[in-house]
Design a binder for this molecule. Structure first.
Ligand code: ADP
Ligand code: MG
Length: 681
């Protein structure tokens, strides 16, 4: 049999076709009532199954036409519908002469049973072959029923649409709420293809303080002249062309004048032809992140600076050491020669000039060594207030009468362990700088106090470590300095002073001393506003030793004791031997520790003093003393060095109680020191 299907829905159609063909019938189909009617008219089928809601001609009209057509009216007609499901619809269907009214969806086997039944009824001629009994009614009545049915359907559809619209509105409101409220860091916008904003979300007010309307009009005025902002125009142009790009950053001035960084991401929106309709954008306030980046960069520069100082220090230390030895030789021989000539002699003045120049150079190398932390020091536990107080008179003379010196000692300050001579040097160097910065009348202040560095402070300051410190601050109300000067301040030979006025070693020396004592130094300065240097020295647990009274300068006196001189630098060995012999001593010399040991073993007389370099080949001076004490229990020792880089005196710090003389030394220095050591018990 041939069965005609009128159905616009693909799924239903396929299912019906399957059912029909599986029953051994043939299926033809039309996508709407009109098409199906034409097929029926062209070749009448044995059964019609029709949907009701279809475009162009619905199922009711299709049925009416079929039942009105004398050629077709006998064909059984089944409605199969998902939309018209009310009993009035069913009534209309049977009034039109339909045999069955099936509601979608139905199981294939149910459909099969119905089709079978209808065909069987038809063959037994039990079905109404003409228009159904109801169709006998007045045509007007059917049309009323039809209109009512469609009207009801329409009503229902409108209600449905209204519900959908409500839902859409609710979801849009939700989206709006999301976009426009509680957005502390974001705001959204869209602009047209000319770059003109057509929407900015109100949350912009939370981010930048502007109302959307304000921003819309004056937007370009808020862009700062940051070079990065040039990107904005290029970016907008590309977005308008439909190119999606990575986010860009822009700096904008907020209403309150504060500067903010925004990260902006734009998305071009397209119509179905691929044309850009508008651009959607989202701006994210990344000021905090930017700030953190800047902070990180700052810390990185500080670190590089510290590393640079370290490298320069090593270099300077190496040069200064060799140079120092040579100066010692120059100074020593010049002094010896000076001792041989009478003051009236033509060579006398020349020799004196050599001595002066050598001493000045020795001062320079000493500062370099201090910077390189290669200066030998003898730290003592001291009360900083006491040390500073002892220096005030000297500092006053250094800075002159025009500068008022204020001394503000902190109460109950902790003790520190440092060579007091180094504190003197720090104060002297800082005072000279203050004097130069003030250049006239002004004020200099020295303060001390206790400070504790917490974790927060250390996180912000590279190289600072947690703990308790004693602060030594030196301030002046002088010319101050700019950032550039501050960045180079501690570098050796950095000076802004004219030729012959500055060596550029003052602050590098201070820096080296502070570092050698594991301390920290900070500078605060503004051009025209003066300068403050803050030095932090680690607190020492324990009380301060009382300071020995500075003795009078002793005259150079010699003696007749026997001295063992050990020095690997032959020029210095010879020179020192000559100075000592000149002073009346008996001198035994050795250039290595082994040689010294052999000499002592073979020597039958008494040896009173060992004068030795700290750093020697094979064995250091301190170890040599220990061995020699086996032979001469009363042997005294005096060490000399330009610097030391060895194990015992790592970082150049000797134990308190070790006698030490800094190279290069004058004849006078050596004479005094040797006598002092020999005379003490
Ligand atoms: P010098 O004093 O020989 O120039 P320093 O190492 O002592 O070398 O100082 C380096 C530079 O730091 C100075 O030339 C000066 O520009 C600057 N400076 C140091 N201290 C101060 C200060 N208290 N006020 C202003 N500038 C200073
Ligand atoms: Mg200086």
């Amino acid at each position: 049999m041939k069965i005609l299907i009128a159905e616009d829905m693909e799924d239903s159609l396929v299912m019906l076709e399957m059912v029909i063909t599986s029953m051994g019938h043939m299926a033809v189909s039309g996508a709407n009532g009109l098409e199906a009617l034409r097929l029926a008219q062209a070749d009448p089928p044995d059964l019609i199954i029709s949907d009701i809601m279809m475009p162009e001609m619905d199922g009711f009209e299709f049925c009416r036409r079929v039942k009105a057509d004398p050629e077709l009216q006998k064909i059984p007609f089944i409605f199969y519908t998902a939309t018209y499901t009310e009993h009035q619809d069913q009534e209309l269907a049977s009034a039109l002469g339909a045999s069955r009214f099936i509601i979608k969806p139905q199981e294939p086997k149910v459909l099969m049973a119905i089709i079978k039944e209808v065909l069987a009824d038809f063959s037994r001629a039990e079905l109404p072959v003409g228009p159904g009994p109801e169709a006998q009614k007045e045509n007007g009545e059917i049309s009323d029923m039809y209109q009512q049915s469609v009207g009801r359907k329409l009503d229902k559809k409108i209600r449905e649409l209204e519900r959908e619209r409500e839902a859409l509105k609710a979801s849009e409101a939700k989206y709006r709420h999301l976009v426009e409220s509680v957005q502390e860091y974001y705001f959204f916008y869209t602009h047209d293809t000319k770059g003109v904003f057509n929407y900015i979300s109100p949350s912009i007010e939370i981010v930048l303080g502007y109302k959307p309307a304000e921003f819309l009009v004056h937007y370009s005025e808020y862009l700062t002249d940051n070079p990065a902002n040039k990107e904005v125009v290029r970016h907008t142009e590309l977005s308008i062309k439909g190119e999606e790009q990575p986010p860009y950053e822009v700096e904008i001035e907020a209403k309150d004048g504060s500067l903010h960084w925004l990260e902006v991401k734009e998305f071009p929106a397209f119509d179905k032809f691929g044309e850009v309709t508008h651009v959607e954008g989202i701006a994210h306030n990344i000021t905090e992140r930017k700030r953190a980046e800047v902070e990180r960069d700052k810390l990185r520069t500080q670190l590089t600076q510290a590393q640079k100082m370290e490298a320069v220090g090593r270099l300077a230390g190496g040069v200064a050491h060799d140079f120092n030895n040579m100066l010692g030789v120059i100074l020593g021989y010049a002094e010896l020669a000076l001792g041989e000539v009478e003051p009236g002699h033509p060579l006398f003045d020349d020799l004196q000039e050599i001595c002066k120049a050598a001493e000045r150079s020795a001062d320079l190398t000493r500062q370099l060594l201090a910077f390189a932390r290669k200066q030998i020091i003898v730290p003592k536990v001291i009360d900083l207030n006491e040390t500073v107080a002892g220096m005030l008179k000297m500092l006053g003379r250094l800075i002159g009468e025009d500068i008022d010196l204020a001394w503000l000692p902190g109460a109950d300050i902790w003790s520190v362990k440092v060579d007091p001579a180094q504190i003197d040097q720090i104060l002297a160097n800082l005072s000279v700088n203050a004097r130069d910065a003030i250049a006239g009348v002004g004020k200099m202040t020295i303060e001390t106090g206790n400070v504790v560095f917490d974790e927060e402070y250390c996180a912000d300051h590279v190289g600072f470590t947690l703990g308790e410190y004693v602060l030594l601050a030196v301030s002046d109300d002088g010319c101050g300095m700019d950032k550039k000067t501050q960045n180079n301040l501690f570098e050796p030979f950095f000076t802004t002073k004219g030729e012959g006025q500055g060596t550029g070693l003052g602050l590098s020396t201070v820096y080296g001393i502070v570092k050698q004592n594991n301390g920290f130094i900070n500078v605060y300065s503004e051009p025209g506003e003066g300068t403050t240097f803050r030095i932090y020295l680690a607190r020492h647990a324990g009380a301060a030793e009382s300071m020995p009274q500075a003795g009078l300068v002793k005259p150079a006196v010699g003696g007749h004791e026997t001295i063992l001189l050990v020095e690997d630098e032959l020029a210095i060995l010879d020179m020192t031997k000559r100075i000592l012999e000149h002073l009346g001593y008996t001198v035994l010399v050795a250039s290595t520790p082994d040689e010294a040991l052999r000499l002592v073993e073979a020597y039958s007389g008494e040896i009173h003093l060992l004068l030795s370099d700290v750093v020697l080949p094979e064995m250091n001076g301190l170890d040599l003393v220990k061995k020699l004490l086996i032979y001469h229990a009363d042997l005294k020792s005096l060490f000399m060095s330009g610097y030391t880089a060895n194990v015992i005196a790592r970082r150049g710090i000797l134990d308190a109680g070790v006698n030490f003389i800094q190279k290069p030394f004058t004849r006078q220095d050596l004479a005094v020191k040797v006598r002092e050591v020999l005379d003490c018990n």
